[in-house]
Design a protein around this ligand. Sequence first.
Ligand code: TEU
Ligand code: CA
Length: 582
Amino acid sequence: MFQNKRIKKGTKTWLPAKTIMEVNDMKRKWWHDKVAYQIYPKSCYDTNGDGIGDLRGVISKLDYLKDLGIDIIWLSPIYKSPLADQGYDIADYYAIDPRFGTMEDMDRLIAEAKKRDMYILMDLVVNHCSNEHEWFQRACKDPSGKYGNFFYLEDKRQDGSLPTNWRSYFGGPVWEELPGTDKLYLHSFHKKQPDLNWENPEVREEVYKNINWWLEKGLGGFRIDAIINIKKALPLKNYPADRADGLSTISNMLKDAKGIGAFLGEMQERTFSKYDAFSVGEVFNEKPEEIPAFIGDNGYFSTMFDFEETIFGSSDKGWYDAKPMTPEDYKACIFHAQKKVGDTGFLSNIIENHDEPRGVSRYIPKEDLSLESKKMLAALSLMLRGLPFIYQGQEIGMENKVFHSIDEVNDISTLDEYKVALKAGCSVDEALSVISRFSRDNARTPMQWSNTPHAGFTTGEPWLKENENYTTINVEDELADPNSLFHFYQKLIALRKNPKYKETIVYGKLIPYLQEQKNLMAYYRKTENQTLLVLANYQKPEQKVFLPGKVKEILINNYPDIVWEENSVILKNYQVLVLELL
Ligand code: TEU
Ligand code: CA
């Protein structure tokens, strides 16, 4: 790690020569300088008053996103689905669920995006399908036929014991009776999400056919769901139990699964590479030596998400046992992720997504939550090396919701974690506070468009109740206020695209600065010809920060002014600066 050495001010050689980097020789890709946005269609905008966001709603917001500076849009699933897991349970990979619209709407969305130089990504959910998919229906009718082999089926045992003790992500064993048969099928997630058998080449062919069908339509690419789960450790075996239920978290099995690369390489070759399509993997727990294979120049994926911060503090026991996170932890996670990838490839950086609580509520202590602290978090994330992904509502600072009763929750994962917390001895109030902290529904409440009923999301009854704070946090008000978070995001995105700084922000190295200084998160972005310095005071009390060089330009500041001292700057309550150094 770079250590700050005090070098005389006023010359151009502030940094020790060894840290001035060689020209980055990474292969340039069309998407490197883009900014991406995740839409959760069900909660984006409802155009027909049924309380469910739809594709026409998304189309009507394209100009809003263009204005923000977005280039790539990832849509959470909109395929035909019973919506047991909000569309991550697909019943037909070639059809749009009528609640979201029609195939014509989808084609129009792709075309309207193209008109604006924007790209649409769909969610590729192929670890599992829905139990309402035709393949599964046919497997039930004839388990020993072609479609039986599309899934992981095992014979039921006389003594009622299960083939393995793996716990599914949403609670309970991964094994469930295959309806009408004497077999069991495997589901890593909910029982309405049977795992597809990737060992079967026919399954892989079906997946590639589907991907190519969509790419032919003009899709920009895919976000790839739960992809680490496609490779199971075989032959089946038990792992040490980690809860009183005698089951073992499925990640123990995944650590043991070898050879996923063969599937991923084949998929890349047969699909994405032929179209120069963009792909971002939802990859957890990769091993450091696997990074070049995953996201190097000819990687399986274009990029993958950095989840170090989101998994920090999590416990095999459940959400109730999760460790809180401090600013120092946040800094350590981000720098660790940046260091492990270096310039091997591009990470995709997020503050939140549809599976996580709102980032501002998670990474900023409650008593410190303010417009300034939200801006600080935004700048820290958008100035990182990698592709920024903004999640619906993040740009206006949407916050966690308080759940007063479990009846206000829709998400299956939250319902399970609530039960787990109660079982572990939490009171109802404690369990509610646990889920208010972590529920995936925090991110899924309707987008707050205006200060009108239901946040302007629908004229009907929203499928999930909106956050009460829409009267103060909403798009309409923020568009009208030049000092709003929305405009701050817009400025950060514009900076990334500014030809003067683009090369450094997109390709420059990231070098931590004064990493040991508590509650200061600071880093350089550097190319041979340019040095930017990001300084963030991750606390309320002001803090003095030594400057390693003369300042040429102030590019970003979340306050109207800056207090300079000789060789240093006094950062205020959550002040963040992006400086260009001489
Ligand atoms: O998430 C995969 C994942 O690993 C989840 O276990 C995640 O950690 C979980 O949401 C925590 O509660 C993907 C999707 O993003 C998620 O929405 C789906 O529910 C899941 O796959 C199944 O498709
Ligand atoms: Ca609707």
